[in-house]
Write a protein that binds this ligand. Structure first.
Ligand code: NDP
Length: 242
């Protein structure tokens, strides 16, 4: 078993998850990353993680599939021996006005963005309880706090993650397991590439969109430094929600 701390970051082939994985690797973690199907991006992330000295491995599975999540968590535990930090990050959007929202788009977002956190967390929680240490970080969104026209499915999932975070923090604190959520604002990734960034920036007090690194540094802080922080929703949004 490795003596280094181990992090599992879901949806880490690209965007915010990738940046979180790299930041944790820089902090000395071995890192397991998950992805849906973008082999090329996952391999590139793996290379970068290994170049940082991390004993990294990638796992391809559908985060919306409970059995696949359980199997992947078992594989990670077999390969790394433990999981200290779980970042439930993988997510999608299927935007559309509610009047026209299909059940398919509702379910896809709830399964991928909310149920996945249940599947992954329930698959690793026993090992965290046993080791009497754990840090779980759920990637919510400002939209989970504010709502957003055209994102009823997404905001419901992200708000759900906040309730999940607070309840788990209360249940698991006595086992030295901290559970927090991050609520990013607009972060420049593939997910936001079609937005009018200049127009959005005008409404942000810090006058810019966030970068994945802005979120990654908060993840690293929660993992290593914020040892008395649990049950919180940390806004990383340039002041958009105040
Ligand atoms: P990206 O679209 O850039 O990356 C999404 C990641 O999730 C990829 O690694 C992708 O894998 C993976 N993924 C998607 N669907 C699945 C699935 N079914 N099973 C397994 N993995 C999957 O997203 P971001 O980096 O922008 O977002 C990351 C998280 O942050 C999400 O939860 C998002 O909701 C949240 N967030 C993002 C904001 C933003 O402005 N970008 C704002 C607020 C919250 P692959 O590469 O294989 O497709």
């Amino acid at each position: 078993m490795t003596e280094k701390k181990v992090a599992l970051v879901t949806g880490a082939s690209r965007g915010i998850g990738k940046s979180c994985a790299l930041e944790l690797a820089k902090a000395g973690y071995d890192v397991a990353i998950s992805y849906a199907g973008n082999e090329e991006a996952a391999n590139k992330t793996l290379e970068e993680l290994k170049a940082l000295g991390s004993n990294a491995k990638a796992y391809k599975f559908n985060i919306a599939d409970r059995e696949a999540c359980q199997k992947a968590a078992e594989d990670v535990l077999k390969d790394f021996g433990k999981i200290d930090v779980l970042v439930n990050n993988a997510g999608i959007t299927r935007d559309g006005l509610f009047m026209r929202m299909s059940a398919e788009n509702w379910e896809a977002v709830i399964n991928t963005n909310l149920n996945s956190a249940f599947y992954m967390t329930s698959s690793v929680i026993k090992t965290m309880v046993k080791q009497r240490y754990g840090c779980i970080i759920n990637m919510s969104s400002i939209v989970g706090l504010m709502g957003n026209a055209g994102q009823a499915n997404y905001s419901a999932a992200k708000a759900g993650l906040i309730g999940f975070t607070k309840s788990l923090a209360k249940e698991l604190g006595s086992r030295n397991i901290r559970v927090n959520a991050i609520a990013p604002g607009f972060i420049q990734t593939d997910m936001t590439k079609d937005l009018d960034t200049e127009k959005i920036a005008e409404h942000i007090p810090l006058k810019r969109l966030g970068q994945p690194e802005d979120i990654a540094k908060t993840v690293k802080f929660l993992a290593d430094d914020g040892l008395y922080i649990t049950g919180q929703v940390i806004g990383v949004d340039g002041g958009l929600v105040v």
